[in-house]
Write a protein that binds this ligand. Structure first.
Ligand SMILES: CC(C)(COP(=O)(O)OP(=O)(O)OC[C@H]1O[C@@H](n2cnc3c(N)ncnc32)[C@H](O)[C@@H]1OP(=O)(O)O)[C@@H](O)C(=O)NCCC(=O)NCCS
Length: 185
């Protein structure tokens, strides 16, 4: 039987083992990891699936900043990922259930813009679209060709030229503590 739980601090090791198994241990070289260094995942949204107390899937969310490189302004957003399902359970609907459930919570908490680096073919079903024609880069100057976004119609468009940046630890906690108006996608 599957149980969906909020991630706990004690899950960290099992989450890393699952991520190594699914993505390989060179996963830490990906640009998206630079956005998470020194920042805690958003606890109310980051969820694990257990099967008989064994951790079988994970989804995490992180606060990030989207900097407008023309205007110099910055806006808060959420970064989704990684999302991983144990290979033994892949294709059983667990990944989709995790995404839908956590997006509903993010929606209810009023997060208006969620970004991720991933496969458009998979994430389109949840309302994610490529950030193009915006040109948004990730840390290290790498062009995020796989960068996708899901956002409320009420927020302004992404910057024409921008950069995703990590937030400081304190900002991350305040992003969680301050509820925002709900949005519909
Ligand atoms: C991707 C992943 C999270 C999906 O979770 P899951 O529980 O296995 O999948 P679900 O049952 O929820 O959904 C299955 C659907 O996802 C599609 N899918 C799975 N992996 C995909 C991928 N890499 N790219 C595009 N579509 C993918 C399947 O084709 C299937 O499509 P269908 O519903 O049209 O038949 C999971 O397979 C996983 O952890 N894979 C390894 C990591 C990975 O490949 N990540 C890439 C996505 S960013």
């Amino acid at each position: 039987m599957f149980t969906f739980d909020n991630e706990r601090v004690s899950d960290e090791q099992d989450i890393n083992l699952l991520l190594d198994k699914v993505f390989g241990d060179n996963r830490l070289e990906k640009a998206s990891y630079a956005l998470r260094a020194g920042v805690d995942p958003v606890p109310a949204l980051s969820t694990v699936v257990r099967v008989e107390n064994r951790l079988a899937a994970t989804i995490r969310f992180w606060p990030v900043m989207v900097k407008d490189l023309i205007l110099g302004s910055s806006d808060e957003a959420l970064l989704l990922g990684p999302l991983a399902v144990d290979p033994a359970l892949q294709g059983s609907g667990v990944g989709s259930a995790l995404v839908r459930q956590s997006l509903a919570k993010a929606n209810a908490a009023g997060f208006e813009r969620i970004l991720l680096v991933g496969e458009a073919d998979y994430y389109a079903r949840f309302g994610f679209v490529p950030v193009l024609p915006s040109f948004i880069t990730l840390p290290g100057g790498r062009d995020a060709r796989r960068l996708l976004v899901r956002q409320s119609a009420r927020v302004s468009s992404l910057p024409a030229v921008g950069r995703l940046q990590p937030v400081g630890h304190q900002t991350a906690q305040s992003a969680i503590a301050s509820p925002k108006p709900a949005f519909a996608v």
